[in-house]
Design a protein around this ligand. Structure first.
Ligand code: ADP
Ligand code: MG
Length: 232
């Protein structure tokens, strides 16, 4: 395993200011190496999205240090954090967040908008990313013409189009029936097998156990569990 961690949290915590203040994430140490597949499982309100938003450089922790690829993100300007996120992190949410009047290809190409990639290359990369998620023949479809599972695949393609180092998924199958969810989870496993680092958060223990490494969260406190392979 690569000795340089992709993610290193040291005593990272977040308290929402309130009032009243809500200590959503207790001081947390977490190290994730390139190529890992980690799931974070916990009930509603346990702090999963809070953690994911910190990992995704959306929110800043109120304490501690977060190194991404060895770089300290705490001292970075907002512009540099946004640019780092655009280049290195792909985000997938429960509600697919697709633009309804744009085709699948246009939605995916938007994932490259902040990267200064010329339009033609954006379109080409979008078609390739859609092919990778099994939607190579639906590039012209609007979201309304796609099933829930297909919409989530478009969102995954949008997350992948910039070739991120990390795929962060917040309850990616929360809006899908179980059969469709299986397909999306299989896709995420395939992407991990192809070398992507994946962090997925879920309230569903069965889903969480598909990962190599499982971390549970209760009231903002993380605890390492043994994952499927029991390799640690
Ligand atoms: P989960 O994703 O596991 O359901 P969250 O991370 O969204 O949990 O929330 C953790 C805790 O922080 C909950 O008690 C929630 O009510 C609280 N919380 C989340 N967002 C905010 C916010 N913006 N302001 C205040 N409290 C918040
Ligand atoms: Mg949540």
């Amino acid at each position: 395993m690569n000795p340089e961690p992709l993610i290193r949290l040291e005593q990272v915590a977040l308290t929402y200011p309130g009032p009243p203040p809500v200590p959503a994430l207790a001081p947390t140490d977490l190290t994730i190496h390139p190529g890992e597949y980690v799931t974070v499982v916990g009930r509603s309100g346990s702090g999963k999205s809070t953690l994911l938003n910190i990992l995704g450089l959306i929110d800043r922790p109120t304490a501690g240090s977060y190194l991404f690829g060895g770089v300290d993100t705490a001292t970075m300007s907002q512009a540099r954090r946004t640019s780092l996120r655009a280049r290195r992190i792909g985000l997938v949410f429960q509600a697919f967040h697709l633009l309804s009047h744009r085709t699948a290809e246009e939605n995916v190409a938007l994932g490259l908008l902040y990267r200064g990639v010329p339009r033609g290359e954006r379109q080409q990369a979008a078609r390739e990313a859609l092919a990778r998620v099994g939607l190579g023949d639906r590039t012209r479809a609007l979201p309304i013409e796609l099933s829930g599972g297909e919409r989530q695949r478009v969102a995954i393609a949008r997350a992948l189009v910039g070739r991120p180092a990390l795929l962060l998924c917040d309850e990616p199958t929360g809006n899908l029936d179980s059969t469709t969810a299986e397909g999306v989870l299989d896709l995420i496993t395939e992407l991990h097998d192809a070398g992507l680092t994946v962090i997925m958060i879920t309230h569903d223990r069965g889903i969480a156990e598909r990962a190599q490494r499982l971390v549970s969260i209760t009231d903002g406190v993380l605890t390492e569990q043994l994952g499927r392979a029991g390799t640690r």
